[in-house]
Design a protein around this ligand. Structure first.
Ligand code: UDP
Length: 374
């Protein structure tokens, strides 16, 4: 008998397991894939860490979370500065003075503000959806060239049907600063994300089994632990009995090139609707400080194609529109009635969590669980 049966070995499951093992508890971690780590798992080819399940750039302003992850791995100081490619024209991201200069050939922040102020007059009152929110933040030019096509590909829906909060993730600033994030800390583990997962899981008290699909084999694990920590899709846990939540799926196409540097940047966003993929990732550029990797005449570039998710596929993004939020609330009610089951992480909470948020919520969950047990 274990204290905890942890379903899923993404960041939530791994942090929970680690913290409980630190407190002398025993944990069995089940993972349905062949390898641990959830969507932060990487694979190594020619010495390059490929972000197999999409680009993961760690960024946070939580002091405690930053200190926490630095206990396990060293971060390389990578700063994300993606470039948008719209019909062959390049623009810096996030939306900043470099972007405004490239678009309008202006020089000062006040010139940029004046153009945006004029364009945002198209929106009256409080923005009701992503389109209105985007136009009221950055005006119609940026919305048309850099947001609309990308967002509609990413989410498979019109910008008028999407919640405003998604676009608020992106900074808008009137300085010449191409850092995609406003957070105080940022970077990528020097030895890849697998090293973080390994450091979290490799300790007495934690046993890991891969290739086990808990939802299919639930009966076999009915009595192995006092408490279950479930981090998979919440609707799948309940056999989709209230209906299916929608997710956005991703398909990746990776190419190996025998050249040192293919696109000159880690992330290039293709913002035109006509291009079927949303972005291309050149993984080696994430490995800041690795001059040996930069110099070698081999590189990998991955194209990312979003698509409508079907049950059985990997679920990447929850689609937090009204319909799904309502359905999730019903599943959440069911979840609170489950005895001795904790639901946590992006899929079980149906929430567009970043990595730092997931770690924070796992740490909070451990704290709450420990306090409850006292
Ligand atoms: N977005 C956009 N154009 C871009 C990049 C992002 O319109 O070039 C919008 C899009 O709606 C996307 C959202 O901003 O879903 C959040 O982007 P982020 O890069 O945070 O998404 P993630 O990296 O989590 O996929």
């Amino acid at each position: 008998m274990y204290d905890y049966l942890i379903v899923g070995s993404g960041l939530f499951g791994c942090v929970f397991a680690h913290e409980m093992a630190e407190r002398g508890k025993t944990c069995l971690v089940l993972e349905r894939r062949a390898q641990v780590g959830g969507n932060v798992a990487c694979e190594e080819r020619d010495g390059i860490y490929l972000h197999t399940y999409g680009a993961h750039i760690f960024h946070t302003s939580y002091e405690d979370v930053w200190q926490y992850v630095n206990k396990f791995v060293r971060f390389n100081g990578y700063v994300n500065s993606p470039v948008a490619n719209y019909m062959g024209h390049l623009y810096n991201l996030p939306f900043n003075m470099n972007t405004f200069r490239e678009l309008w050939d202006i020089v000062t922040p006040s010139e940029a503000r004046a153009i945006i102020a004029e364009q945002r007059q198209a929106i009256k009152g409080e923005p009701q959806n992503l389109e209105e929110q985007a136009i009221s933040l950055v005006g119609t030019d940026i919305y048309t060239k850099l947001i609309k096509g990308y967002t509609e590909k990413q989410w498979g829906r019109s910008c008028t049907e999407l919640p405003a909060f998604i676009i608020k993730r992106l900074p808008v600033r009137y300085t010449f600063d191409n850092n995609y994030f406003n957070d105080r800390y940022q970077g990528i583990p020097e030895d890849g994300y697998n090293s973080l997962i390994k450091a979290l899981l490799d300790m007495p008290g934690i046993e890991v089994r891969t290739g086990v699909d808990y939802n299919k084999e639930r009966a076999a694990f009915a009595d192995v632990a006092q408490t279950v920590v479930y981090t998979g899709p919440i609707d799948e846990y309940f056999g989709y009995k209230l209906g299916q939540l929608e997710y956005r799926g991703l398909r990746f196409e990776t190419q190996r090139f025998t050249e040192a540097n293919h696109q000159g940047v880690a992330v290039m966003n293709y913002t035109a609707r006509e291009v079927p993929f949303t972005r291309t990732i050149e993984h080696k550029h994430f490995m800041r400080g690795r001059e040996d990797i930069a110099a070698q005449p081999v590189t990998y570039v991955t194209r990312e194609y979003p698509h409508d998710w079907q049950p059985g596929e990997e679920a990447y993004y929850p689609v937090n529109n009204e319909r799904n939020q309502k359905l999730y609330a019903q599943y959440k009610d069911l979840a609170t009635q489950e005895q001795n089951v904790i639901f946590g992480g992006r899929l079980a909470e149906y929430k567009y969590y970043d990595m730092d948020d997931v770690i924070k919520s796992a740490l909070d969950c451990v704290q709450a669980t420990v306090t409850q047990g006292e």
